[in-house]
Design a binder for this molecule. Structure first.
Ligand SMILES: NC(=O)c1ccc[n+]([C@@H]2O[C@H](COP(=O)([O-])OP(=O)(O)OC[C@H]3O[C@@H](n4cnc5c(N)ncnc54)[C@H](O)[C@@H]3O)[C@@H](O)[C@H]2O)c1
Length: 399
């Protein structure tokens, strides 16, 4: 069995390496020659536990090689980025370009799978493109959509153990794709159609987004009514059928903060709650920034001098170095540009940053007049409280 993976990023590389580790001969294709060269040296260009050892082993064994162009194979996988454009519409141009790159290599009996998070109908659109270019392959190849739902930091375990949803353009395609994944996935393989599989991935992230929006909305209501939102949620969750998530300073990352827009932009009339959830979570970041600016003005008024503000955390969630779509980064940027203050920026998971001059967390805390807790990093949790400072806790550090 020979497979080609198009895109060797956070998802494509671990999946390609996991398949190679189970005896499949894999060619990983990327448009970046730096990525290709790094992998062919048995090294990796992303941060993911244990991936370096696996990639080194499969490259040395000859079961994984990287290349700039695809080649003939039994199965092809599209694992390229799907960002959104200015208007929140999904940009599927990478999926289309990777699909067009493999079209010349497709042969009768091949399997073609899209893994990239994609708007509904993307698989059908790519199917049309394939058959327009290669009409002789109609009904002779298998095409499916199979989304990825792994947690960065635990990717190799979850790749093997998570259930997968596999949506073929017909039942034969679902069967063929399930047979492929069955070689390295121990989780249950749930077969459905392509549209349902596409919508399933978007639904998972929209559901998380809506649940966090509920908690964020509560946090703003509680602030107005002088109720501790953390205590409130803990008490409400004592109800056997209530499970409210924790509020934060917004929602970030390249999945939950992005994918629900793919539903909203395609179904603007119907997707009311999904849209409001996205807006609520984005608004929460502005609300937090405005609270800090208010505290800054109050401090200057009371003390007749500008405060030192410590912004604690930049990442989009605790204990990672990923700043993509991070509300903490957005809030910090707003404070830097709008506050009359000295702003100290802290992110213990990053050594240096091209925009922010990072300060060690204890030093920033000690120097600050106003401390803004943005991310619940483990380093911050047990820091001693200095009651002379104003603390704004948006992530439950002091709950
Ligand atoms: N990272 C995650 O946690 C995660 C989880 C679930 C789903 N996804 C989805 O998986 C997809 C891939 O995400 P990622 O995080 O791996 O992205 P990434 O940016 O880490 O990697 C994508 C790679 O594709 C390469 N590429 C771009 N165009 C190409 C082409 N035409 N041919 C070959 N390679 C090409 C890029 O150079 C890059 O190395 C996205 O749709 C994403 O939404 C990601």
């Amino acid at each position: 069995m020979k497979a080609v993976f198009m895109g060797l990023g956070y998802i494509g590389l671990p999946t390609a390496a996991a398949a190679a580790g189970k005896g499949i001969t894999v060619t990983g294709v990327d448009v970046s020659s730096k990525v290709v060269d790094t992998i062919n040296q048995g090294k990796i260009h992303i941060v993911e536990p244990d991936l370096d050892r696996l990639v080194k082993a499969v490259v040395e064994k000859g079961s994984l090689k990287a290349a700039l162009q695809p080649e003939e194979a039994d199965a092809f996988f599209i694992v390229v980025p799907t960002p959104f454009k200015q208007n929140h519409r999904a940009d599927i141009s990478y999926v289309e370009s990777a699909t067009r790159m493999v079209i010349p290599y497709l042969q009768e009996g091949n399997l073609f799978v899209i893994e990239s998070t994609s708007p509904v109908l993307t698989t059908e659109k790519m199917t049309d493109i394939i058959f327009k270019e290669r009409p002789e392959l109609k009904n002779k190849i298998y095409i499916a959509y199979c989304p990825e739902r792994v947690l960065p930091g635990n990717v190799l375990y979850e790749l093997e153990h998570n259930d997968r949803v596999i949506g073929g353009i017909n039942p034969e395609s679902s069967d063929k794709a399930a047979a492929f994944y069955g070689q390295f996935v121990q989780g249950t393989l749930h077969k459905t159609n392509a549209r349902t599989a596409e919508m399933c991935k978007l639904t998972e992230n929209a559901s998380r987004d809506a649940q966090i929006a509920f908690a964020n909305e509560l946090s703003m209501i509680c602030d107005k009514s002088d109720i501790n939102v953390w205590d409130l949620i803990e008490l409400a969750n004592k109800h056997p059928r209530v499970k409210i998530l924790q509020p934060g300073c917004g929602v970030g990352g390249h999945c939950i903060a992005v994918d629900p827009w793919f539903i909203v932009s395609d179904f603007p009339e119907q997707a009311q709650i999904i849209k409001r959830a996205r807006e609520t979570n984005d608004y929460k970041a502005d609300w937090c920034a405005n609270r800090v600016l208010d505290a800054c003005r109050q401090f200057s008024h009371d003390n007749d001098k500008e405060p030192v503000i410590a912004c604690m955390g930049l990442a989009f969630k605790p204990d990672i170095d990923d700043l993509r779509e991070s509300p903490a980064k957005y809030i910090t940027s707003r404070i830097i540009s709008e506050a009359n203050a000295e702003v100290l920026v802290v992110e213990p998971n990053i050594k240096s940053h091209k925009t922010f001059n990072l300060v060690p967390y204890q030093e920033a805390y000690d120097k600050a007049d106003i401390v803004v807790w943005l991310v619940k990093h483990k380093e911050f949790i047990h820091m001693a409280i200095d009651n002379s400072k104003t603390e704004l806790d948006f992530c439950g550090i002091r709950k």
